[in-house]
Design a protein around this ligand. Sequence first.
Ligand SMILES: *Cc1c(COP(=O)(O)O)cnc(C)c1O
Length: 397
Amino acid sequence: MGQPASAQRVGAQLTSAPLRPAWVEVDLGQLRKNFRLIHADKPSDVAMLSVVKDNAYGHGALTVARCAIDVGAKALAVSNLDEALHLRHSGIVEPILIFGTRPFAELPCCLEYSLIPCVDDLETAERLNALAAGNRRRHPVHLEIDTGMSRYGIRWDTRQQWMAAFQRFEWLELAGVMSHFAMSDELDKHFALLQLDRFRQCLDRLNTMGIRAPVRHLCNSGGFLDLPEAHFDLVRLGILPLGVYPSKVCRRIPGVSPVMTVKSKIMRIQNIQKGDSVGYGMRYRAPSKRRIGVMPIGYGDGFPRVRNQGEVLIHGQRTPIVGANAMDATMVDLTGLPDAREGDDVVIQGRQKDEVISVDEMAALKGTVSYEVLCGWRLRLPRIEVDHSTQAVESSS
Ligand SMILES: *Cc1c(COP(=O)(O)O)cnc(C)c1O
């Protein structure tokens, strides 16, 4: 299959320029299916928040956000102010939570655009309270508790002091209380359960003070899958709706599969002789006559810098990468594929016929985790939205 004619072009591309022959395909049908399966798997009284930080892990924040809302997500979350503003400016009206901590300079913007900051210190709360008082409108915040991640959040064991202090802020609406797991997707759940226990202690303490946060949340994808006792009122899902699991060992939901495929084309075929070398550093020497295929994708696109490592899919077959790849080119040995021609499709990550190069396989090649593989495909690769479930063009409205 060539580049789909029905594809919706998105991202940082010049609208009229021909598409470069290397791109990221986002399957909207699969994305919708994943969200539906997750929604059906989840207890009905647990709300879903869609985490679309870093352009929804490279898939397109707006696309994922809209799909999530269509399928029933109640809120969205990002990590940066500009990510939140992008959603607002694109017409998203649902609640948007911003993870992490906000520099003071961003607080007026949070009020102006109805963005919900996570709050974990009194000075930020005080400033936000003063701004909200100026508007004479209470502003929602989520209180973040650190139960063991040691990143953001007020430490669970200092709760006595901060809870008393937090009650002073009459212009802040305590809309939620949250914490974050350090290890929810491994078989060993003992630390996750300790964090859950600490979180519960804090909630109990709030209760005895007469403070009840309407929305309590602790779970990311790993917690959602494997720790139902930690679901509380809402789960924050980033990677799972994209069809990728946080680890090899967590529970599977049948039918949830990857939304992203990374593709390119063979743009040149070189017939080389025994002893010829391929690529920078002459890392590959042909042991005999070889057919070398060249693809216009490289480490400048987020492909790892490899030397005679890794495979791609051509005609549904695994085909080895040869030599060291460059910023903009990667070479493969096509000798075993005599039918391969210039212009043929190449799958770098994803499925082609019956073969798959999984995100986990890419992660192993890169020496990293699935999360970084997804985020690692740079915007230099155009994002193309397809829908294999209907073969129809999706509206870009
Ligand atoms: C990124 C993030 C999530 C989503 O994690 P996944 O494992 O991708 O589901 C949830 N909560 C917080 C605080 C995060 O930073």
